[in-house]
Design a protein around this ligand. Structure first.
Ligand code: BES
Ligand code: MN
Ligand code: ZN
Length: 487
């Protein structure tokens, strides 16, 4: 799908559909008022009678609207002008695309984002791309049909280009997560990393099982040993800055399927566990966007890929694993596997001189209990770094909330047998004890952990997003790289 600039006016443009935004609580303006005039007051009339609403995310289809050549005009609610944030822009465009992509349409003309600031325009272009891709990868009859062309009135070409890159990356993350686990196993994911589409500017290194043994990644290998699918660790390097400049490390949890292992999940909880590699998908997709945007920064992505399964070779409760860092870990629940994988991957990032680290993981159900489905948990050992990650998320309209990392939680993950155990005492504060476990592997490197167990995958569609994978936090990672290095 190609986004391009449009100069033809609303009344003249040749397209299958025109898209026009409506602000709530104020007189018609901009494209909406032009459409109203061209149609002899139709738009005002529909709003007055209550047929059409300007509530954010509401859409209304006008067929054969007088005064325009396009056979369809889509009115999209934007809510109050004062509340027009990046989230609103993204959601409005996503909702419009979801409606228009219900059937095949080749050319859409968008008058939605004229006069907006570039950040909002970019969010809209991204949202529109995302709204055209569904989760129905293997349905014979697709529910969405991407347009061949989207022409935007009043949006500069560079903003269209960056919005398209972001949208394609969000869709890449969504596709990797939505792929079923029989197809997206560790080696298959590594192959996707090799095929990363950034004109060769990202160097990809894949550690196979033998290399992981040579590197003594005992925690990652412990999780992997119950599966017939061998594990991988993928390192993706993008050097947009000079070689001496500090490197941002992005680390992702890539459990391609989490059965829980011998601490087996009930069927219900296991149904969506193909989503447990969303952290890895987010990192891969963000790297692709950062490289395609040619940001002048050095970023390295590290993803740990395993399948957590049940077999005669599975790791057991009571086993003691030796992490790459040398720390010993008593396994008391095989379903707390993500932190084991990340322990070794974080250690690699630290050892390779990461200047600062962000990790992303669908790490705990407890984080969803604490914050709900739409908000990620944010934990850190360095307040200034945490604040810059949080403010990048805010600028993109992605929701993250910081959880405390008080020292007293550390006691909960001490073991009588080994240095650490892989669960806390009881289930309370489970998102934090998981964060505390990770903290034990980053030393003094400034690090922020984003638990995306809630926002990465949604079970029910909303007006502004499909069900399934969301691609949450791809945009935030790109925004962090845009603001790199932090002050
Ligand atoms: N992958 C899960 C966490 C998860 C839950 C992600 C729901 C997405 C949606 C993780 O590996 C897990 O099973 N965590 C356990 C930890 C517990 C055993 C300490 C959990 O949250 O129950
Ligand atoms: Mn688990
Ligand atoms: Zn998991």
């Amino acid at each position: 799908m190609k986004h391009e600039a449009l100069s033809a006016p609303l009344t003249e443009v040749e397209a299958d559909a025109v898209v026009v935004g409506l602000y709530a609580g104020e007189p018609l303006s901009g494209a909406a008022s032009r459409l109203n005039e061209a149609s002899g007051g139709l738009v005002a009339d529909l709003i007055e009678s209550g047929e059409v609403s300007a509530k954010l995310g509401d859409v209304a289809t006008l067929l054969a609207c007088p005064g325009v050549r396009a056979r369809l005009a889509l009115l999209v609610g934007l809510g109050e002008r004062a509340g027009l944030t990046a989230t609103a822009a993204y959601q409005a465009a996503n909702g419009a695309a979801r409606k228009l992509a219900e059937r095949s349409r080749s050319r859409i003309a968008c008058f939605l984002a004229e006069g907006w600031e570039p950040r909002l325009q970019e969010a809209a272009v991204c949202g529109l791309s995302v709204g055209c891709q569904g989760q129905d990868l293997y349905r014979s009859e697709k529910k969405r049909h991407p347009f061949a062309q989207v022409a935007w009135h009043g949006v500069p070409a560079d903003v269209l280009a960056s919005g398209q890159i972001l949208g394609e990356s969000v869709n890449l993350a969504r596709r990797l997560v939505n792929e079923p686990p029989d197809r997206m196993y560790p080696a298959a994911f590594a192959e996707q990393a090799r095929q990363l589409d950034a004109g060769g500017s990202v160097q990809v290194e894949v550690w196979d099982e033998q290399k992981l043994r040579d590197e003594r990644c005992g925690c990652l290998l412990g999780v992997a040993q119950g599966s017939d699918q061998p594990p991988r660790l993928v390192i993706m390097r993008y050097q947009g800055g000079n070689p001496q400049a500090p490197t941002l490390a992005l680390v992702g949890k890539g459990v391609t399927f989490d059965s829980g292992g011998l601490s087996l999940k009930p069927s219900e909880g296991m149904q969506t566990m193909k989503c447990d590699m969303a952290g890895a998908a987010t990192v891969l997709a963000a790297l692709q966007a950062i490289a395609r945007l040619r940001l002048p920064v050095n970023v390295t992505g590290y993803v740990g890929l395993v399948e957590n399964m049940v077999s005669g070779r599975s790791f057991k409760l009571g086993d003691v694993l030796v992490a790459r860092s040398g720390k010993t870990v008593e396994v008391l629940n095989t379903d707390a596997e993500g932190r084991l994988v990340l322990a070794d991957v974080l250690d690699v990032a630290v050892q390779q001189q990461a200047s600062r680290i962000i990790d992303l993981a669908t790490l705990t159900g407890a984080c969803v209990v604490a914050l709900g489905n739409d908000v990620a948990g944010l934990m850190s050992n360095h307040q200034a770094w945490c604040d810059s990650v949080r403010s990048a998320a805010d600028r993109c309209g992605e929701l993250a909330w910081q959880l405390p990392m008080f020292k007293l939680y550390d006691e909960q993950i001490r073991s009588e047998v080994a240095d650490l155990k892989n669960i806390g005492e009881g289930r309370w504060g489970g998102a934090i004890t998981a964060g505390k476990f990770l903290e034990a592997f980053v030393g003094t490197t400034p690090w922020a952990h984003i638990d995306i167990a809630g926002p990465a995958f949604v079970e029910k569609p909303r007006p502004w997003t499909d069900a399934g994978a969301t691609g949450a936090f791809v945009r935030t990672l790109v925004e962090v790289a845009r603001a790199w290095p932090p002050a």
